[in-house]
Design a protein around this ligand. Structure first.
Ligand code: ZN
Length: 410
């Protein structure tokens, strides 16, 4: 077998193309392969498929291909240009690469596979490509994935902000809670950041959104209320976020009381900070005895803790009417507790009650979104930051967008 035939076989070069020359550079560990086609062929127009005669050839182009025996392999060819009666002179679509690509389809598929499983830095070392080329592959893959993405219904959304680096620089991450994928990443963490996402949807998709899980952030509330039909009724405030606020209120009560008690010579609250944060049923057994003594000591902190723990019940109700009945009792208790931090949170929750009681119908939280956010954080650290937010978006959608990234090969 001649080396040209061998390479045609190895590279999967299809008819009518054949390998005309192979140059091996052992020192550079590089193989250059020239591909040509026989004369006198008809070529399909890339626009309409109508066959036409050869007009001329474009300049020679080079594509990086899969390595052969660890040698970097490059394909060379002059793309034919065809005359179409309707579309004029057009460059023929080549079977091994997309227009304007620097790599063959097979190399691009392999590069995507590698980049999906490693950092950009490690990926470009394995693939022996530059930073720019690695970005090029990822950006093209994401664009391809977004173009192919079907217009589908997203019933449950999760929205959260994500810090881009240091300081007050944020993006908004919108997740599909059922598929656990990132739908979109937009600039900033305000009303506009989320509006932009909604504007990119069709009317049917906007109507199809049934519920949106989020923290009690004003910007996002306005965006959902203003952009979705009956938007306000679709907001579900994340219960973990609410319980975090309650825990902070309990801790504020504890700190004040601890200070007063230590001034009076008692150290009963020393080292107890974390005990009050546990959910009742999660308290480790080794703390049970100490905790029962604390609870029986008539402390304000214990009262705040009991109010906090009782609030958890709110999310057990499947009937909105019962949840509301429970809420009224709890609110009365919290606001008559003479514990200022608890009262303050109770009032915050009252003004947001519309989005708390919705949980009885849409049982969603931001847990999925936060899981995705921690994956994003891993990507951010691995990349040692990004030149701009557009690149941050590309990386997030590449890894977490659930997109069909690979170019089709036939
Ligand atoms: Zn045509």
């Amino acid at each position: 077998m001649r080396d040209t035939d061998l390479y045609r076989y190895l590279l999967g070069v299809e008819d009518p193309w054949f390998v005309s020359e192979v140059q091996l550079d052992v020192k550079e560990q590089r193989v250059d392969v020239w591909i040509e086609h026989p004369k006198g062929l008809q070529w399909p127009c890339p626009e309409c498929g109508a066959e036409g005669t050869l007009h001329d050839h474009a300049e020679e182009r080079v594509w990086r291909h899969l390595d052969s025996c660890q040698f970097q392999t490059f394909l060379h060819a002059r793309p034919p240009r065809v005359v179409c009666p309707e579309h004029g002179v057009r460059q023929v679509q080549l079977p091994w690469a997309k227009p304007h690509a620097r790599f063959t389809l097979l190399f691009e598929r392999f590069a995507i596979e590698v980049l999906r499983h490693t950092t950009i830095q490690a990926g470009r070392m394995i693939l022996r490509i530059s930073w720019d080329e690695a970005w090029h592959v990822m950006e093209r893959a994401v664009q391809r994935g977004l173009r192919r993405k079907p217009e589908r219904m997203i019933a449950q959304l999760g929205v959260d902000e994500k810090s881009v680096g240091s300081g007050q620089d944020y993006v908004t991450v919108v997740c599909d809670l059922e598929r656990s994928t990132v739908e979109e990443v937009t600039e900033g963490n305000n009303c506009r950041s989320l509006q932009i996402y909604f504007e990119g949807l069709t009317d049917k998709q906007r109507e199809g959104i049934e519920a949106v899980a989020m923290d009690m952030a004003g910007g996002y509330i306005n965006a959902v209320s203003g952009s979705l039909p009956e938007g306000r009724e679709k907001i579900v405030f994340d219960r973990f976020h609410i319980m975090k606020l309650m825990n902070e209120a309990v801790d504020r009560v504890r700190r004040e009381e601890h200070k007063r008690l230590t001034d009076g010579g008692s150290s009963i609250l020393t080292g107890t900070k974390f005990l009050w944060l546990y959910a009742r049923e999660r308290l480790p057994a080794k703390h049970w005895e100490q905790f029962s003594i604390l609870k029986a000591a008539g402390l304000k902190t214990a009262r705040a803790w009991a109010i906090k723990e009782t609030l958890r019940e709110l999310w057990r109700y499947k009937s909105r009417a019962w949840a509301e009945k429970f809420w009224k009792r709890w609110y009365f208790w919290a606001t008559h507790s003479r514990l200022a931090p608890v009262k303050k949170i109770a009032n915050t929750l009252k003004t947001h009650l519309y989005g708390i009681l919705t949980y009885s119908k849409h049982r969603i939280t931001n847990a999925t979104t936060e899981g995705i956010n921690s994956k994003i954080e891993t990507l951010r650290k691995a990349a040692c930051g990004f030149r701009n937010k557009q690149r941050f978006r590309t990386v997030i959608l590449f890894h977490l967008g659930g997109l069909d990234l690979y170019p089709a090969t036939h």
